[in-house]
Design a binder for this molecule. Structure first.
Ligand code: ADP
Length: 489
């Protein structure tokens, strides 16, 4: 109608400019693309409609009486007023929506800040507990407060604290990987029966200390079954469930069941269960325990320690294996965690894995090894482990020194090469080493937890294998024996 009024209609065109500038006037308006699209589309639709409809009424305007003009003017003004109201309301509702969104964002940021503070204080507490024990034992040994020569017991305490701190750091790295979407499984053919039979061994002492019975039933159908699996990650889940079961049980027993549900030529379906007779979990807490850093705390619960990460990590691992962990529990009666995995069967184990029980007694490897490591303690540890069992050990503290040793000593047939070193790192050093001696075996030595990306990079650079730090004697020689000849000592 404005259009049909001829010149008069120009008075209303300014509204179009207003409507189109609205999103720029509202703070953060450009972030809400959906709403702005609705606003623009409805405006353009109104405009197009008026262009289509108005010519249909053109003849009525040919001879307009004064009353008609008056009537049209009132109608026109009213419609304009209504439109302004509608657009203002729309603008208001958008502003309200934006303000609500901003306050939700603010609340989320505050929650995240609170979570971080809780996480840090939890972690700090757990680390300080271990450091306190290490401090206590070293002060006793160094301060001369001990009447007797420090015996194995004190070193066992240090070893225990060391292991706990390592677990803590690994949990932190795992949760970081999970939250940033970089978590992945590293699958290999493995025979699960033997491994599952031994999995409760590290917990025997802990259960005995609390007078708890620790029972494990492993289905005999698993004997001789080789599957493609990330064995370390399955172990991590089971360790976490069993250690929780022991931690939260004061009397009774812990049972670990492994049952074969289905076994055919290509797959095996296995059910895992960890059951305890402990304090149990209230129904309203059953879902929360899988959230990272969540621990059930109330006046009745004594402080059990821990970070609240174990179940969150376990659930993500099982999730990556296309399954889920479920939990049944009754307060005061006990808890049962279970998950079922469908694993792909493999023909047989690769040869290198068969001899996993070696390296307990006397043995020697027919090999001359160069250890390249900038950390003096790691170097001392690796050299001490190697010296007794290999032909000769040379050492270097950076990539440049490694190249020199390789040029000097033609008898070196294997290099343990740290990746992060000053002067020249392992990634650069291997290029030169392989040019001088293409036949030499080079094993990467790293404190990073290997991912597919790192493994691929190492592979393309010519590394033959990888050894993660910290490592024990068994892990070191399991890797080495694949590349060297073993002779009876
Ligand atoms: P953490 O054991 O380090 O606290 P978890 O993620 O492993 O962390 O467990 C989270 C919480 O779930 C525990 O703090 C505990 O409250 C509860 N929980 C886990 N397992 C059990 C269990 N077997 N019995 C009772 N409560 C449990």
């Amino acid at each position: 109608m404005s259009y049909l009024e001829g010149l008069m209609s120009g008075y209303y065109w300014f509204q179009l400019g207003l409507i189109f500038s609205l999103p720029y006037v509202i703070p953060r308006g450009m972030h809400f693309k959906k709403h702005i699209t609705i606003l623009y589309t409805s405006t353009i639709l109104c405009l197009v409609l008026s262009f289509i409809i108005s010519p249909m009424y053109s003849e009525f305007y040919a001879e307009l009486s004064k009353e008609d003009i008056h009537y049209r003017f009132i109608l026109n003004s009213s419609i304009n007023f209504l439109l302004i109201m509608v657009f203002s309301l729309q603008a208001l509702s958008h502003s309200k929506f934006f303000i609500k969104k901003i306050s939700i964002d603010k609340q989320l940021a505050e929650n995240e800040k609170e979570r971080r503070t809780r996480v840090l204080s939890n972690l700090g507490h757990e680390l300080r507990t271990q450091i306190n024990s290490i401090n206590g034992v070293t002060q006793l040994i160094l301060g001369g407060d001990l009447k007797e020569v420090p015996n194995k017991k004190y070193f066992e305490i240090l070893d225990y604290c060391n292991e706990n701190m390592l677990l803590l750091v690994n949990d932190m790295l795992d949760i970081h990987k999970i939250e940033s979407g970089h978590f992945e499984l590293i699958k290999e053919p493995k025979a699960l029966y033997k491994f599952l039979n031994k999995i409760t061994i590290p917990f025997i002492n802990k259960a005995e200390e609390k007078n708890l019975e620790l029972i494990s039933y492993i289905d005999a159908k698993l004997k001789d079954v080789v599957v493609n699996v990330d064995e370390k990650r399955i172990a991590q889940v089971i360790y976490n469930l069993i250690s929780n079961a022991i931690k939260f049980t004061e009397q009774g027993k812990i049972t670990f069941f492994v049952k074969v549900i289905d076994l055919n030529k290509t797959n095996v379906v296995i059910q895992f269960k960890v059951k305890d007779t402990g304090i149990g979990i209230a129904p309203h807490n059953l879902n929360k325990i899988f959230e990272s850093f969540h621990q059930i705390k109330n006046e009745k619960n004594p402080v059990y320690g821990g970070t609240g990460l174990g179940l969150a990590i376990s659930q993500s691992i099982i999730d990556a294996m296309n399954s889920e962990i479920s939990v049944e529990s009754r307060l005061g009666e006990g808890t049962c965690f279970q998950f079922t995995l469908k694993l792909q069967r493999e023909e047989a184990l690769p040869n290198a894995q068969i001899n996993t029980d070696a390296f307990t007694g006397d043995f020697s490897l027919n090999s001359t090894i160069l250890v390249v490591e900038d950390n003096m303690v790691s170097m001392m540890y690796a050299k001490k482990l190697l010296e007794k069992h290999v032909t000769k050990v040379y050492h270097g503290t950076n990539g440049a020194e490694a190249i020199e040793r390789i040029k000097e000593h033609k008898d070196i047939d294997l290099v343990l090469l740290d990746l992060e070193m000053p002067v020249m790192n392992g990634f650069k050093a291997i290029e030169h080493i392989k040019k001088i001696r293409p036949d030499v075996i080079v094993i990467a030595f790293t404190a990073n937890i290997p991912s597919t990306e790192i493994l691929n990079k190492l592979d393309s650079l010519g590394f033959d294998d990888i050894l993660s730090k910290p490592f024990n004697k068994h892990q070191l020689f399991t890797v080495l024996q694949q590349y060297t000849l073993q002779t009876e000592a």
